[in-house]
Ligand binder design. Structure first.
Ligand code: F6P
Length: 562
């Protein structure tokens, strides 16, 4: 690599840049006729099949990407992650979310300490607690079983657990395990979210789980205080010990909040917030809802992919292949976005979760050693289950901008419906779209084809589809706890691969800090204006005008508990 140390100066990067011209001469229509190319781009591991053949890439592209991975020291970086090196150097932390799903027999060290026994100590505690709550041995202040759980948390302390909960809600076995129980999430500091989360719940049957790595996040702590006052207003202050528990790395603040440390479930600073769903952050609320045994299967699925990621040669390594191709799309083919399109309603919250994992991890402007990037890192992730997305934003991805797509399909649906007189089952109908969309994007429709169909000339430009739009297709056998775990780990590691190639630190998140500081200044002003009539001062013209307008309506924001 040359003087600046940026990977963009390496021969491998430049070679890939030059290779774009060659790829631009191809069209997926032709690339898809090459059966041996396509066969080489279909990979399988532990029941998951991924077809990369609709990527704008050839075997040569893959070889060049593997060369780039050598320059980026990808293998070394993956190894360092798994052995607990402090690869999150700006926070001086290890990145060991893989240890959260390690079997008891494993040994994974952080600063000389085997963390696997620590992980299992918390898992055992979760099992014991969730069993007691679910069986009605642990009761609320009035002696009633706690059938409903409200998990309060935001960002990584919310999105992962919500994704998994949504994925398991309609799965027959987990749905059975959750019968007569409710799990709600409260994330936004918006009081509307409080109202929605508590709507229809009774204090005496509700258990509140406060989830915050730091236990300082403003939104979570205000929501926690709000719900605590909802509990105590009905049941008295002694009820907190029976109705409120916490998940955090900060036991001191948990105690100060009034929660018995016995009712606190720990995790560690080597678990990033957005990578924490496999810690007590997700495992506690999910075990309360679905039972610990089901959630261990979710951990096992994630661990299966962890092992594959750690050991499989790159040519067959699913997260590595996914990550390299994402870099190819974003940094070389000029596609900054990724659409995550599960053809499965139960995966409705996959895209919002991956959005945080990816964008908070890789939305960086400097390398891990602080050098300004001369290429774009990060990708804009969004998505919606098919077929809903088809009736929303697919117009743009078919005829507007080029947005690489992940199509995710499930072979055996959680729900089976086959109506008499219909030619296919309802799930098959859904999956017809899964298969069709990928080809529609790849092949498009030419003016010649349209003319042959008798389309009038003036409509030909409007009805033409250029095609050549990249996607990948992923098939999972079922959507059960195990496969949900696999899917999660697949995306987590793909995102790590991207960051390792871009040479950034995918595990810090300094970019979220500035807004928090400014909000705190506004909070001080708001209080001074509302309570002492102090004029708005120290803000620019725009913010001053907006704040004055907002504060003109008196008496707002001073209302009572919910
Ligand atoms: O949005 C910033 C962030 O720090 C995320 O990284 C994190 O997931 C979220 O806030 C919540 O943090 P905590 O779990 O400490 O409340």
């Amino acid at each position: 690599m040359a003087a600046t140390g940026l990977i963009s100066e390496s021969e491998a990067w430049i070679d890939l840049k030059d290779h774009v011209a060659e790829i631009n001469k191809t069209h997926l229509r032709e690339l898809l006729t090459d059966t041996s190319r396509c066969e080489g781009m279909i990979k399988e591991h532990d029941g998951i099949l991924i077809d990369f053949s609709r990527q704008r890439a050839t075997q040569k592209t893959m070889e060049k990407l593997f060369s780039l991975s050598k320059v980026a020291k990808l293998e070394e970086k993956i190894k360092k992650m798994f052995i607990g090196e402090h690869i999150n150097s700006t926070e001086d932390r290890a990145v060991l979310h893989v240890a959260l799903r390690a079997p008891r027999t494993e040994h994974i060290f952080e600063s000389g300490r085997d963390v696997v026994p620590d992980v299992w100590e918390v898992l055992d505690k979760i099992k014991d607690f969730s069993d007691r709550v679910r069986s009605g041995t642990w009761v609320g202040a009035t002696g009633k079983p706690l059938t409903d759980v409200v998990a309060i948390g935001i960002g990584g302390s919310f999105l992962g657990p919500l994704f998994v909960h949504t994925a398991l809600q309609t799965e027959p076995e987990t749905a059975k395990a959750a019968r007569n129980r409710k799990l709600r999430f409260l994330s936004n500091v918006d009081p509307i979210d409080v109202a929605r989360a508590l709507n229809g719940l009774k204090q005496e049957t509700t258990l509140v789980v406060i989830v915050s790595k730091t236990f300082t996040t403003a939104e979570t702590m205000l929501n926690a205080r709000t719900v605590r006052s909802w509990i105590t207003s009905a049941l008295g202050s002694n009820a907190v010990s029976k109705h409120m528990v916490a998940v955090s790395t900060n036991v001191k603040l948990v105690k100060e909040f009034g929660i018995d440390p016995e009712n606190a479930f720990a995790f560690w600073d080597w678990v990033g917030g957005r990578y924490s769903v496999c810690s007590a952050v997700g495992v506690l609320p999910l075990s309360l809802q679905y039972g610990f045994e089901n959630i261990t299967k979710f951990l096992e699925g994630a661990w299966s992919i962890d092992q594959h990621f750690r050991t499989a040669p790159f040519e067959n390594n699913l997260p590595v292949l996914l990550g390299l191709l994402s870099v190819w799309n974003a940094s070389f083919l000029g596609c900054p976005a990724l659409a995550i399109l599960p053809y499965c309603q139960a995966l409705q919250k996959l895209a919002p979760h991956i959005q945080q994992v990816s964008m908070e991890s890789n939305g960086k402007g400097v390398t891990i050693d602080g050098k300004v990037l001369d290429y774009e890192a990060g990708e804009i992730d969004f998505g919606e289950p098919g077929t809903n997305g088809q009736h929303s934003f697919y117009q743009l991805i078919h005829q507007g901008r080029v947005v690489p797509c992940d199509f995710i399909g499930i072979i055996k649906s959680q729900q089976s419906v086959f109506l008499r007189n219909e030619i296919v089952s309802n799930h098959d109908e859904l999956m017809c779209n899964f298969f069709a969309q990928a080809d529609a994007l790849a092949y498009g429709k030419t003016p010649e084809e349209l003319r042959a169909e008798g389309v009038p000339d003036y409509l030909i430009p409007h009805k033409t589809f250029t095609g050549n739009r990249p996607s990948l297709s992923m098939l999972l056998p079922t959507l059960k706890p195990y496969t949900v775990g696999q899917l999660l780990a697949l995306y987590e590691h793909r995102i790590a691969v991207q960051g390792f190639i871009w040479g950034i630190n995918s595990f810090d998140q300094w970019g979220v800090e500035l807004g928090k500081v400014l909000a705190s200044r506004v909070r001080t002003q708001m209080n001074a204006s509302r309570t002492k009539g102090k004029p708005v001062q120290g803000f620019n013209h725009s913010t001053t005008t907006l704040l004055n307008r907002y504060l003109k309506v008196r008496g707002l924001g001073l209302s009572m508990t919910p």
